[in-house]
Design a binder for this molecule. Sequence first.
Ligand code: PEP
Ligand code: MG
Length: 921
Amino acid sequence: MAEKHVYRFGAGIDGVNATEPAGETVDQAKWIVGGKGANLAEMAKIGLPVPPGFSITCQTCVAYANAGNTWADGVLDEIDAARENLEERMGKKLGDPKDPLLVSVRSGAPFSMPGMMDTVLNLGLNDVSVNGLIEQTGNERFAWDSYRRFVQMFSNVVMGVDGDLFEDAINEKKAEKGVKLDTELTAEDLKDLTQTFKQIFAVNVDSQAHPEVTVDGCAAFPQDPKLQLRLAIEAVFGSWMNERAIIYRKQNKISDDLGTAVNVQVMVFGNKGETSATGVAFTRNPADGTKEFYGDFLVNAQGEDVVAGIRNTEPIADLKTVPGLEEAGKQLDEIFVKLEEHYHDMMDIEFTIEQGKLWMLQTRVGKRTAMAALAIAMQFEAEGAISREEAVMRVAPEQLDQLLHPQFDPKADFKVLTKGMNASPGAAVGKVVFSAEEAVHCANKDQPCILVRWETTPDDLKGMVAAEGILTSHGGKTSHAAVIARGMGAPCVCGAEALKIDAKAKEVAVSGTDVVLHEGDIISINGTTGDVILGAVPLVRPELTGDLETILEWADEIRRDASRGRIFGVRANADNPEDAQLSRDFGAEGIGLDRTEHMFLGDRKEIIQSFILADRTGAKQQALGQLLKVQTDDFLGMFKAMDGKTVIVRLLDPPLHEFLDNPRDYAVELAHAEDRGESDIQLKARRDLLARLDSFQECNPMLGLRGCRLGIVYPELTEMQVRAIASATAHLKKRGFDPKPEIMVPLIGTVEELKVVREQIEGVIAGVSEQTGVELHIPVGCMIEIPRAAVTADEIGKYADFFSFGTNDLTQMGFGYSRDDVESAFIPLYLNKKILKTNPFETLDPGIAKLVKLGVEGGHQANDKIVCGVCGETGGDPDSIQMYYDLGLDYVSCSPYRVPIARLAAAQAKIKSNGGAQKLA
Ligand code: PEP
Ligand code: MG
């Protein structure tokens, strides 16, 4: 069957529902007609009042772009047929001089990208049809206002004319008439303005670049509604690749390849007088999850006015009390309930009331904060609408980061400077900045900042991403700032009206106080309460309690349920007792990686330095003795904190010179000593030291003397570390504890290396066991982080009780990318050029995954009891966790703060790979 490019939705004036769903479910249809189109069709299907229209598919957008912005044969005819059909259904025609049909042209990608792409409203008006609109509505002012808005929007969005030219013209007109508000302009003024706008179009549109709108050699505002429609559709397709849409997709991990659908829909007007209104709402509170209708509306306004925060909105609960809107308000409440019953989720809605009649313009599953996501998932489960597994699937693991991020320290003492709306929870401290550019600039210098704006626009997106928090003086909880901040998990206080912002002067006065904030001043904001504070309030990490604790417990049950698929563990990477305790508090089932080199920092560095640099056996032995003592204490602390749980201790890994002073710095010191005229003996000692430091320098230290190679060259180091582990274990066992250490050998490349080191380890353990009289069973395994180890895992596995995949090194060596250099050197460019889809140091690369696969299969072939896990950075990344489950790993290990995220992601991975969430019977 030929590809279908256009799908209809909604009922015509005859009441016949002409909806053509693009898939059996909204989830299927959204890939074809986008989220907006799929949900419009769904609402129409369940009998909700949707203005009729049609959707042009995302695939059409992709094909149009791939063909260099040209149309494939027949597609324009299909669109034209859909337009004609819509006209028939409505009994009206676009551009009709007596009774014109007007449509909106809006984007709608498979995933919602609020405000990121283009929209054109009131399409179909021209110099003739505007009279038809006057005739039909009897409202001359309304008709001319609609036409001037259309000319303005079309010129700006479709032809790229600078929007300020139109705003300036409006301001000039207001000045000329001596009025302040747009609403004070008369029909005649708006008619004049329309004329002025058309002139702006003629002067600013390049007629050579746009021959389709050229008449007698000059650009002229197009009068043919069919041409208007085609150009608007092309512009909306084009807006898929505008800068802010690209940034948003990158931020939200949405593929650039999806394209956007275009929805052409009959216009309904919220600005036809006092019985008309427009609004946006959520079926529950998206900030904290409270079960209440939540949102704002404006009487006598168009949709964009609510989101733009230009006029202060009214709360949705008051809608039923507005004379003339009572019925529509009641109907809206019923629709909220019906939508939740149908979708089993919290929904986000846009509606318009035209002269008392309610129309649903959009619905989608509502974006929400992590706190709300948890609360809502629990509520739907408790209400019997969804299963526990579905509830676990409802919370995005990455979102939990918001809850694990700082909040004001409850013990902190502070004075609230002013208050706004608590639009997106969490706290932030940073420098005041007034522009997106400045926010980016601060972020590049690692300086936390708060973006302070009158209200944000989509152009502020990069600044919102860069800032720690967002503060606005205007706009409600559904304003752009609030919606975007909640989506990103950034703290946001909006509508703090006491702030009188002068962005040009880079200052903000706070009404009712004598405070004037300047760029660079430090403020704190609390998006959970709406508080704004002058100065820095100390921040603390929250604990796992309430809904978060419950959902993680449910996730754990699923992860540990062997009847539901392979048990999938979560451990933490930690190398001191405090982090070990934190990992435990966050629910880690063990330590997957204790990097012992981190135990040699601070004042310990001197001891290891003296071991490395000593040239006498006696001095070396003395240093080793000291190291043994401190290491034994370290392990006592670690094993106690993790009593009863596995602690994988990795033997020393880094190149030794990492512990030594930089020879370049030391050469400077030597030069100063020479200048000071130090004695020959002193200078000789310094020169010898410099020579020794130099001797540890390597051209490629990451490929040099490190990992197990260190222990083979310096067996006394392995001996000391293993003795410390075994002694601490024996000591604790004697005192009734249950330490469970395992010893991991890093950077194995050949089976012979593991054989040699394992033999030594076992010898030391046996010795300690004999000396202490405590029976010791300490498993020995290795990292798989060199490609050669992965491909020879079937040999290495014979000598390993466990494997832990080190994807940091495996990625470094698999790609040949220096992990310390490339992330700033060229990965961003590679991502932009799409040479790489994701940063392989953040998300497991499919090629490196093949090495992991070989490693897991080889390990199991050699040893059917082998335990396989991962401890590289990707072990805490939800997308990678899914891959690790599918690759057959037994656990993931990640930094303590990511443990809750990994617990949820691991449960979701297991559910997804075992037939999806179980539904209620
Ligand atoms: C790894 O290489 O993935 C790993 C965990 O070890 P490190 O980062 O310490 O090299
Ligand atoms: Mg490594």
